[in-house]
Design a protein around this ligand. Structure first.
Ligand code: NOJ
Length: 488
């Protein structure tokens, strides 16, 4: 029996407002995603995950949910979800959605009708700090004369996960979407749900009591039982924003009883530097329990695009980074546009829509489908369309074709899909590793030529497309910003 689809396949993150706009109102929508499924199938991804699609006042663009079981009218309707799931399934693509269980919008009916679902204090009880807006994470509710907790914006009150009915509501929400054919959830702030029962102070800048409580693991054990009871089992993918690798690995539980996948933010936070990357990968491999499976990203809607953050716009380096993400042991999740080596967009101050400072809008700009962009009056500006889908699709030497070919190679190769990882000796600025018995991957992030010893076989795929098919007899030479997969 093969491995589950989410281990072998590649995921693709879609920021729905910026992916594709079917009704021409300048805001991407679910029908737009459905209309682009042929593109995603051509690219070869196995699953897509969507940033929040629920009704929301959009203080934090969907991360302030006002109704967990409906769809924001800007994006479509439940019928559009059903169509997307059905059309995606016809193309072998699964659909995951974002679940925001840590907090709701202050416009969610619960905030007025079920105040007991939230975390309250008569006076500011501790030093917890809000992530947006700065200052205390406690805000006075004038009507009640009490303070509520908001780890993020003041319009995002935190739920009280000690409350059994809150847990019950979320089990209902999970079932609602699983029953509709949703393949799984990306779980927002997955490490944050439970707050310290005694509301003790955080320690320095470490969120040891406002988040990261060990009792959260029990919640995921319950969700995993629920997700595993479906056929096929549904997937839990956590935004576990924990940089301490052993603590992060704890969210996989025994390896098969908590989250199926957790984004690896230690890698995101590393520079595109061979030493730093090697250290993260090796610590990750050492920390994960035997049945657990890593999940690699280089970009998302918060941290920015890898082409800008890691590669300062350099397309050759972006190919090296993509090659690394897609061939390490684990599942890679690409962010829409990564496949084009799309850099962050430019959003001038008067166009900023984000609540966070600095704004995350530059990595949320519309996907350029054509040289003209393919958008009318988009909700965020689209200025640079030099890297666009149409042009790159027409050019077999493009990064888009490169990404597609790496995904295809991964599909063909048992080593790349499921083979164990073994670090190989490599010169400075260079990373090399073996997958399974017959596959070696090497990337050179440096500006000089590098030579990796004891590599035998033929180049199955390289960032320099001219090199494919070259045979390698003991020594693999890589130019600056070059990477290759060698198969025996
Ligand atoms: C993490 C999400 O990725 C981010 O966009 C959001 O602002 C916070 N969680 C709060 O929900």
């Amino acid at each position: 029996m093969g491995q589950p689809w989410w281990r072998e396949g590649v995921l693709y993150q879609i920021y729905p407002r910026s992916f594709a706009d079917a009704n021409g109102d300048g805001v991407g929508d679910l029908a737009g995603i459905t209309a682009k499924l042929d593109y995603l199938q051509w690219l070869g991804v196995a699953g897509i995950w969507l940033n929040p699609i629920n009704p929301s006042p959009n203080v934090d663009w969907g991360y302030d949910v006002a109704d967990y079981t409906d769809v924001h009218p800007d994006l479509g309707s439940l019928a559009d979800v059903d169509r997307l799931v059905a059309e995606a399934s016809r193309r072998g693509i699964r659909v995951l959605i974002d679940l925001v269980p840590n907090h709701t919008s202050n416009q969610h009916p619960w905030f007025r009708e079920r105040p007991d679902f939230y975390v309250w204090a008569d006076a500011v009880p501790n030093n917890w700090q809000a992530i947006f807006g700065g200052g205390s994470a406690w805000a006075l509710d004038e009507e009640r004369g009490r303070y509520y907790l908001h780890n993020f914006a003041k319009e995002q009150p935190d739920l009280d996960w000690w409350h059994p009915e809150v847990r019950g509501e979320f089990e209902r929400i999970l079932r609602f979407w699983f029953d509709r054919g949703i393949a799984g959830f990306r779980i927002d702030v997955a490490h944050g749900l439970i707050k310290d029962r005694e509301l003790r102070d955080d320690v320095g800048s470490e969120r040891v009591h406002s988040m990261n409580r060990p009792e959260t693991h029990e919640v995921y054990r319950g969700w995993r039982r629920l997700a595993d009871a479906y056929e096929p089992p549904r997937v839990l993918l956590g935004e576990v924003y924990v940089l301490d690798i052993p603590a992060w690995a704890g969210y996989y539980g025994s390896g098969s009883d908590e989250l199926n996948l957790a984004f690896n933010f230690a890698l995101v936070h590393a520079d595109l530097d061979a030493e730093q990357m090697r250290a993260v990968v090796s610590a990750t491999e050492a920390a994960l329990p035997p049945d657990a499976w890593p999940c690699w990203i280089g970009s998302n809607h918060d941290v920015g695009r890898l082409t800008t953050r890691w590669c300062r716009g350099n397309e050759a380096l972006a190919r090296c980074a993509l090659l690394m993400l897609l061939t390490l042991r684990g599942t890679a999740s690409l962010y829409y546009g990564d496949e084009l080596a799309l850099p962050d967009g430019h959003v001038s101050p008067e166009h900023v829509r984000d609540v966070a400072v600095p704004s995350r809008d530059p990595c949320r700009t519309p996907l350029p489908w054509t040289g003209e962009g393919g958008w009318e009056n988009p909700w965020l500006p689209l200025e640079d369309t030099s890297r666009n889908v149409e042009d790159q699709r027409a050019d077999p030497g493009s990064t888009l074709h490169f990404t597609r070919d790496v995904i295809a190679l991964r599909k063909e190769s048992v080593d790349l899909r499921s083979g164990p990882y073994a670090e190989l000796p490599a010169p400075p600025s260079t990373l090399a590793w073996r997958r399974g018995n017959g596959t070696v991957v090497a990337v050179n992030f440096g500006s000089g030529t590098a030579e990796i010893e004891s590599v035998e076989g033929a180049i199955a795929l390289a960032t320099d497309r001219e090199r494919q098919g070259e045979s390698v007899g003991g020594r693999l030479r890589l130019g600056p910003a070059e990477g290759a997969v060698v198969q025996r």
